[in-house]
Write a new protein. Structure first.
Length: 203
């Protein structure tokens, strides 16, 4: 009887050990690693920094700060042409960010990409904010009159009817943080509105 007791106890201990090992393996697969947690934190920080910049540029655009005839002291906030030299792009972006901060559209001019080491940030254009073309920039592509959509324009400003190779069906978008860069932007609807419809752009 004593031997049977110890055999059963040994079997239970073995089963418990197997369960602990299997549970540990499953937990290691499910729980994110420290490296993954750190990377997600850095990516979230980058999203916050980018959203600040995008919101600042959108506000400046709506306030007329990006046109010579409406900007403060006729000194518009201008982003560099994508074909400009890298050194010129960097200077132009630095100047634009400084103006956004001075005019109150950006809280601080210290916004930076946390994926770039601090000692490298701003040393050259490759370690600074980049200028990129974007087919679906933030406009809704709607041409409205008295609140009604009367026509659509593509990203080149030409009339489209939904059969364009860069468009799909008309879609309704409410504010969504999966789409928007910052709250109430409503990127694919009317800019800064609570809702709207837009042509979904495809490549």
């Amino acid at each position: 009887m004593n031997i049977t007791f110890w055999k059963r106890r040994g079997a239970m201990m073995l089963m418990l050990l197997v369960v602990i090992i299997i549970g540990s393996i499953v937990a290691m697969q499910i729980l994110p690693s420290e490296e993954m947690i750190t990377r997600r934190s850095v990516e979230k920080s980058l999203d916050v920094e980018l959203s600040q910049l995008r919101e600042a540029f959108d506000l400046a655009y709506m306030a007329g700060e990006m046109a010579t005839d409406t900007a403060v002291s006729s000194d518009p906030i201008i982003l560099p042409d994508i074909t400009a030299a890298d050194a010129d792009k960097k200077v132009a972006i630095e100047t634009a960010i400084a103006k956004l901060t001075a005019r109150g559209y950006l809280r601080s001019n210290t916004v930076h990409d946390p994926t770039v080491p601090a000692f490298q940030w701003g040393t050259d254009y490759s370690n600074y904010w980049q200028v990129r073309e974007n087919i679906a920039s933030n406009p809704s592509f709607e041409i409205t009159e008295s609140g009604a959509i009367i026509s659509w324009k593509n990203y080149e400003g030409n009339d489209i009817d939904g059969t364009d190779s860069h468009t799909a069906s008309v879609t309704s978008f409410l504010q969504s943080m999966q789409i928007d860069d910052y709250p109430y932007q409503n990127k694919l609807g009317n800019l800064m509105a609570s809702g709207g419809s837009a042509l979904r752009l495809t490549r």
